[in-house]
Design a protein around this ligand. Structure first.
Ligand SMILES: *[C@@H]1O[C@H](CO)[C@@H](O)[C@H](O)[C@H]1NC(C)=O
Ligand SMILES: *[C@@H]1O[C@H](CO)[C@@H](O)[C@H](O)[C@H]1NC(C)=O
Ligand SMILES: *[C@@H]1O[C@H](CO)[C@@H](O)[C@H](O)[C@H]1NC(C)=O
Ligand SMILES: *[C@@H]1O[C@H](CO)[C@@H](O)[C@H](O)[C@H]1NC(C)=O
Length: 308
């Protein structure tokens, strides 16, 4: 009879058996196993971002990738290296290695985001797009001139054309004789009779709706205006793109974090999950307890995350 057999088994034996079972199931404690990587290179990766599928917010799914040393933000126009993420200010600074800067001229290409990215994580208003070498018929020199600033912090396009080694090529052609190997008086700056090709300092909203071809400009560069552009020149500016993002409010996620978990989601349904360490998940399974998934199911939201 079961009722009489049970008392014969000492409680400590049950406990030891359970401990043994658990220790067989659990990975070695020294292994730094983690479901969701929390950093990539020097950049901390946490909610709403992630580099492992099922981690972070599903809204930002597959936007970031990590190649072990560098974190990348993938868009239709390329993979942009993530330089920093400021979780308090909700800003991400990315750099496009294929972009022209004051020191390097690169083949022209567009900056493009998916519709989801443009809605969730667009360039901030501190990101200034300088579109350069536009044709005289360019919209930014004509109908859409009002979208352009003549200068940033007192620095004009002409200054960029003149100061940046990369953009000097856009200046009006100096007399063909001009050649650095032949010291000649004609090396002096071009005369005022020739004008530089139009250029435009503008914001993301402009390049969002007009490709470089539509703008009829061959190159662009982006500068982050952290509030000191007037004090320095194009040579010293910070080139890159500052993105700004909104984090979905989620009491379920807040509670998950307070409990020591990481917010994630089910790869198929994208329902929110509270991810515990693999150790804890295994423990819960071994004890036959419900995983957080069922506990949190009531909070599963199908709403798009962009709700201000
Ligand atoms: C990651 O990508 C960067 C840039 O493409 C490259 O320089 C680096 O070597 C890559 N690292 C690894 C571990 O592949
Ligand atoms: C500047 O733009 C003109 C067309 O407006 C183009 O022919 C020229 O190649 C561009 N310069 C460079 C260096 O790309
Ligand atoms: C300028 O000098 C370089 C190097 O000496 C030469 O190859 C090139 O043909 C010269 N260009 C002109 C326009 O004279
Ligand atoms: C935790 O265990 C459950 C039950 O086996 C499994 O379905 C789930 O994928 C596990 N969670 C993670 C994040 O590995």
């Amino acid at each position: 009879m079961q009722s009489s057999a049970l008392p014969r088994v000492p409680t400590t034996t049950v406990f030891n058996l359970l401990t043994l079972t658990l220790s067989l199931l659990l990975p070695l404690p020294s292994l730094p196993l983690s479901l969701c990587r929390t950093s990539c290179g020097a950049v901390t990766v946490s909610y709403p971002f992630a580099v492992d599928d099922g981690c972070g917010s599903p809204s930002f799914r597959r936007m970031l990738s990590c190649n072990d040393s560098d974190l990348f933000f993938a868009t239709p126009s390329g993979a942009y290296k993530v330089q920093s993420i400021d979780y308090a200010k909700r800003k991400v600074v990315v750099f496009d290695p294929a972009m022209s800067t004051c020191s390097i001229l690169q083949p022209h290409h567009d900056f493009a985001l998916t519709d989801v990215q443009a809605a969730l994580i667009p360039p901030s208003d501190d990101t200034i797009f300088a579109v350069l070498n536009c044709s005289v018929d360019s919209p930014v020199a004509n109908h859409f001139k009002y979208l352009c600033s003549h200068d940033v912090g007192g620095h004009t396009c002409d200054e960029m054309y003149g100061t940046c080694a990369s953009f000097r090529i856009f200046r009006p052609a100096a007399p063909q004789l001009a050649n650095q190997s032949l010291p000649s008086p004609s090396l002096s700056p071009p005369t005022s009779t020739s004008t530089s090709p139009p250029c435009c300092f503008t914001r993301y909203a402009t390049v969002k709706f007009m490709t470089m071809n539509m703008l009829d400009c061959t190159h662009y560069t982006t500068v982050i205006d952290a509030g000191g552009l007037e004090k320095s020149g194009p040579l010293d500016w910070t080139y890159g793109i500052e993105l700004t993002y909104a984090v979905p409010e989620s009491t379920a996620c807040d509670r998950c974090k307070r409990s020591g978990g990481a917010c994630g989601f089910d790869a198929e349904s994208e329902a929110m999950l509270c991810l515990c360490s693999p150790t804890l998940n295994a423990t819960l399974q071994a004890l036959g307890l419900a995983t957080e998934k069922s506990l949190l199911r009531g909070y599963h939201s199908t709403q798009p995350y962009l709700s201000f």
